[in-house]
Design a protein around this ligand. Structure first.
Ligand code: IMP
Length: 399
């Protein structure tokens, strides 16, 4: 059985923990989108690990695959892998020869673009790496094995973006990127064939999503999105896996909503209550350390996400953070331009939110928590099968 684990909100739903929890049931853990903008926090033997590129399952000794749909910063990858190996993790990974490379030029461009249009990116060069990919001037991971080719492409990118980098500097950059390519030479493979062959021989794969559905380039709150297909629909192009090989989809959602960076957030809370929730939920970005914006659960978004991703089951996370409140609110519908929407229309920033209020719960055995779960199930058509109520692996309950 091959399972996809997808974030249903704006990222940071706790996918890292859920993937880590489920990893023992799979042979291979494969990522298909994004790059080091992701920050997957996993606790192992009491220690916090924040993974950016390596799939979360490697902490459980599983094989990790970095798919062609990703954009990979070789410097970050080298540092992350050597850190994990120093920590005693075997860190067996395969990197797609066709994935695109993030270079210091991409990072510079991300910073330049941000100054002009403020999306609140992670400044990890993600958007620019997808830009050079689509412009057909990008550097692919396989190119790293050819120093002259890397130099030629860096020169072209620098010229197209008018970055005015000196030849000497670009040569130095090419040498470093090439040397990392050589370090990973044995791991650079055609991961699509590797995965298909592995599946044919009975191995199971967990597809690890990054970011969240509402940051999807097509279905998210454009333009305040990331530059990849974060939805389950992105697995096929992002890994070269035919649709029919994905057997089940598990969506991960927090019992409330958070967002880092700019962009519309209809259920956002402000003031003291928001601060309390942020502190209780330790809502600070794993990659940038930025405080996350916090808000109530948004059912129009969850309905949309479960529909488009064809979610079979849901893992609810951070269930403990909302406990001990006298009451909780849930967004049921949006009211935009005189119409009621059960799911997000293209301009959610124009919408007002219709809420219902429910009694809070003391602990997760309370009826009011059960009602909250049932409300989610009724509105999404997906069954809640996992509840996470703390950061440790053990703080997880299967229903
Ligand atoms: P980018 O992916 O760095 O281009 O950033 C685009 C938007 O996506 C910004 O609002 C980021 O804060 C957000 N973002 C990117 N990756 C993540 C993630 O892993 N979790 C949460 N938000 C993210």
């Amino acid at each position: 059985m091959n399972l996809a684990v997808i974030g249903l909100q704006f990222g940071d739903e706790g996918k890292g923990k859920i993937v880590d929890y489920l990893s023992p049931r799979f042979n291979i853990i494969a990522r298909y989108c994004g790059g080091s903008n992701a920050g997957h926090t996993v606790i192992h033997n009491g220690k916090d690990y924040k993974l950016h590129l390596v799939p979360s399952g490697v902490l459980q000794g599983k094989i990790g695959v970095l798919g062609n749909g990703m954009v990979i910063d070789p410097i970050t990858l080298r540092d992350e892998v050597s850190f994990l190996r120093d920590e005693g993790f075997k860190t067996e990974i395969f990197i797609s020869s066709k994935a695109h490379v993030v270079t210091p030029l991409h990072r510079e461009m991300d910073a330049i673009e941000e100054r002009k249009r403020n999306i609140g990116t992670t400044k990890r060069g993600i958007g620019p790496a997808y830009e050079t990919k689509v412009k057909r001037v990008g550097i692919r991971v396989a190119d790293l094995l050819d120093r002259d080719l890397v130099f030629k492409k860096l020169t072209l990118i620098s010229m197209l973006w008018d970055l005015k980098r000196e030849e000497k500097e670009l040569k130095k950059m090419a040498v470093e990127l090439h040397s990392i390519g050589l370090e990973f030479k044995e791991q650079i493979v055609d991961t699509e064939m590797y995965l298909l062959n592995a599946m044919d021989s009975g191995k199971s794969v967990l597809f690890e999503g990054a970011q969240g559905f509402m940051l999807d380039i097509d279905f998210g709150t454009y333009p305040y999105v990331t530059s990849s297909h974060t939805s389950a629909l992105g697995i096929s192009p992002g890994l070269g896996i035919p649709f029919r090989r994905i057997d089940r989809i598990l969506g991960v959602a927090k019992v409330y909503t958070t967002r880092v960076g700019e962009g519309p957030f209809p259920t956002e809370l402000h003031g003291e209550f928001a601060d309390m929730l942020r502190e209780k939920g330790k809502e600070y970005g794993a990659t940038t350390g930025r405080p996350r914006r916090v808000g109530w659960l948004d059912l129009p978004m969850l309905r949309y996400a479960t529909r488009i991703n064809d979610v079979d089951e849901i893992a609810l996370t951070k269930a403990d953070v909302l406990s001990e409140l006298p009451q909780v609110s849930v967004a049921m519908e949006y009211l935009c331009d005189g119409r009621i929407y059960p799911y997000p229309p293209p301009y959610v920033e124009r919408c007002k939110v219709k809420y219902i209020t429910m009694p809070g719960w003391k602990n997760l055995e309370d009826n009011s928590f059960r009602n909250y779960v049932e409300l989610i199930e009724k509105n999404t058509g997906a069954k809640v099968t996992i509840i996470s109520y703390g950061p440790k692996r053990g703080d997880t309950m299967e229903l």
